[in-house]
Design a protein around this ligand. Structure first.
Ligand code: G1P
Ligand code: ZN
Length: 543
């Protein structure tokens, strides 16, 4: 095999964010940009002999070219084999499953998740370790450090691999295997859930609608919902993967999944509706005229886990990211199991799962998952709900209302201000930090500040500390305001304000979240001075 050593210059902006390196496609298309980062990943690893690398992406624009480069670089850097999804496509949870099932030496996942795709939009790349989960900070920090000093990379002169055909190609001691990852993943789901009960629920006349948002879950959804569970083909929408995700923004929330929301809130609405994002790890759950917040969804799945065959023996523990509401904490308390509070981002759940401390985990950002893989998993969450609906014979709305009655309701909303100039976003954070000493015990109407801090997490498994993970303003009544800057954007800054108020009052539980949180929203504006400092009066997205 002919291996070329290419001389290169470092790029200084290759710092992985919340979930890998995300940049505009045009940035990745600069000569050597992708190769520099891939070499930095490989240089951060101690690649053992005969190692296999999993490679796949969400199918977005630039996916195919990037995969050919990664295959050639894997060959040059000592990997013996690459496993790649057919057409270069693997959903993020399916990639995690492949890494775990075939014991590969980690994998490279190409995705910018829910960010729009196309020549003028976003691309992303991240490395997952051999447990199937996103690389921990010590590896992503090492990758960044290497990327700042890189002077050369290695690439093999190989012919382009035909990724459309399932099968194996041998190239002078190096193997590329194109695999059918849909079947492996569907088999895993079938082994975890009560498929016969869901089939009966559908055959009884219940209706579901799933929106793949023109992104990666389309082929998986066809196999699972139509071929294996017998749902009519019309239950699926936007299930053809396109390189620009149909020109849309494949983020399953009330703003961007509007086609599905119209159906769920329309005449003859289905009993259950759900959507998943660009790379298949997020989910949105809707009932007939009813939206389930991701924080409530996690809590409800935990409370009903025993109805799901995979969790019939109970849960080891649960975890949620710090900005996620405390709804699941209440379920954990009732179940007598541990609940962990981690920083934002899936990478913090891996250690807890590997140590057997946690079975279920989730984030307010439409991510829910379990220890079956080491990524959040959109279709898995949809199947959890279908399984609970079928086993309980209740509607989505009645399940959630009964949950609130039992545990109380953590009324919750997140307000995002996207595309804010970085200097102004930093000014908002600095303004709040400057009040750390004076805020405690201040009274804002019904809200008295009890504590203010910048969240810091000490991993209970390996003792590593992650500081500066978001500002928490905790009130005496248990309500919270959390403020942090996004680590996944590619343009300017996104300020996220998370609002949470707890109520056991039944009348309060019926209220619309924005109404119920109106006073807290005003308090957040007062403390952050966000409207004055940024000129923004309204959030870009409310979830
Ligand atoms: C966002 C979400 C976070 C999630 C990440 C990857 O990160 O807030 O919960 O893990 O996307 O899907 P952020 O942009 O807030 O850093
Ligand atoms: Zn995603």
């Amino acid at each position: 095999m002919q291996i070329q050593t290419v001389v290169t210059q470092p790029f200084l902006d290759q710092k992985p964010g919340t979930s890998g390196l995300r940049k505009k496609v045009r940035v990745f298309q600069q000569a050597h940009y992708l190769a520099n980062f891939v070499q930095s990943i490989f240089d951060s690893l101690d690649i053992p002999p005969n190692a296999t690398l999993t490679v796949g992406g969400d199918g977005r624009y630039f996916n195919k070219e990037a995969i050919q480069t990664i295959i050639q670089m894997a060959a040059a850097n000592g990997f013996a084999k690459v496993l790649v999804g057919q057409h270069g496509i693997l959903s993020t949870p399916a990639a995690s499953h492949i890494i775990r099932t075939y014991h590969t030496f980690g994998g490279i996942i190409l995705s910018a998740s829910h960010n729009p795709a196309g020549p003028d939009d976003d691309f992303g790349i991240k490395y997952n370790t051999d447990n199937g989960g996103p690389a921990p900070e010590k590896i992503t920090d090492a990758i960044f450090a290497l990327s700042k000093h890189i002077s050369q990379y290695k690439i093999a002169a190989l012919p382009a691999i035909d990724l459309s055909v399932i099968g194996t190609t041998q190239l002078e001691g190096f193997t590329v295997e194109v695999i059918d990852a849909v079947r492996d993943y569907a088999d895993l789901m079938q082994s975890m859930f009560d498929f016969p009960a869901i089939q009966r629920w559908l055959a009884d006349g219940h209706r579901m609608q799933f929106d793949a948002m023109h992104a990666v879950t389309g082929p998986y959804a066809k196999e699972i919902f139509v071929n294996r569970l017998g749902a009519p083909a019309a239950s699926l929408m936007n299930c053809e993967v396109s390189e620009n995700f149909g020109g849309g923004h494949p983020d399953p929330n009330l703003t961007y999944a509007e086609d599905l929301v119209k159906i769920a809130y329309g005449e003859h609405a289905p009993d259950f509706a759900a959507a998943s994002d660009g790379d298949g790890d997020r989910n949105m759950i809707l009932g007939n005229h009813f939206f389930v917040t991701p924080s409530d969804s996690l809590a409800l799945i935990a409370a009903h886990a025993k109805l799901i065959p995979a969790y019939a023996q109970g849960l080891a523990g649960v975890a949620r990211s710090m900005p996620t509401s405390g709804a699941v904490d209440r379920v954990a308390k009732a179940l007598g199991i541990e609940c962990y509070e981690t920083p934002t981002g899936w990478k913090f759940f891996g250690n807890l799962m590997d140590a057997g401390r946690v079975t279920l985990c989730g984030e307010e950002s439409f991510g829910t998952g379990s220890s079956h893989v080491r990524e959040k998993d959109g279709l898995w969450a949809v199947l959890c709900w279908l399984n609970v609906l079928a086993a309980s014979q209740q509607s989505v709305e009645s399940l959630v209302r009964a949950h609130w009655q039992t545990y109380g309701r953590n009324v919750y909303s997140r307000h995002d201000y996207e595309g804010v100039p970085t200097a102004l976003a930093n000014a908002v954070i600095a303004h709040v930090k400057a009040q750390f000493a004076t805020l405690p015990s201040q009274v804002f109407g019904a809200y008295t500040v009890a504590q203010v801090d910048d969240f810091s997490y000490t991993d209970p498994v390996d003792g590593s500390v992650s500081a500066n993970q978001g500002i928490r303003i905790l009130f005496a009544c248990g309500s919270r305001i959390v403020i942090r800057l996004s680590g996944t954007g590619t343009e300017g800054a996104t300020i996220r304000i998370y609002l949470e108020a707890f109520t056991e009052d039944l009348a309060q539980q019926q209220r619309d979240a924005q109404d119920a949180l109106a006073d807290l929203i005003l308090v957040s504006h007062h403390i952050t001075q966000l409207p004055q400092l940024t000129g923004r009066q309204q959030p870009t997205v409310i979830t």
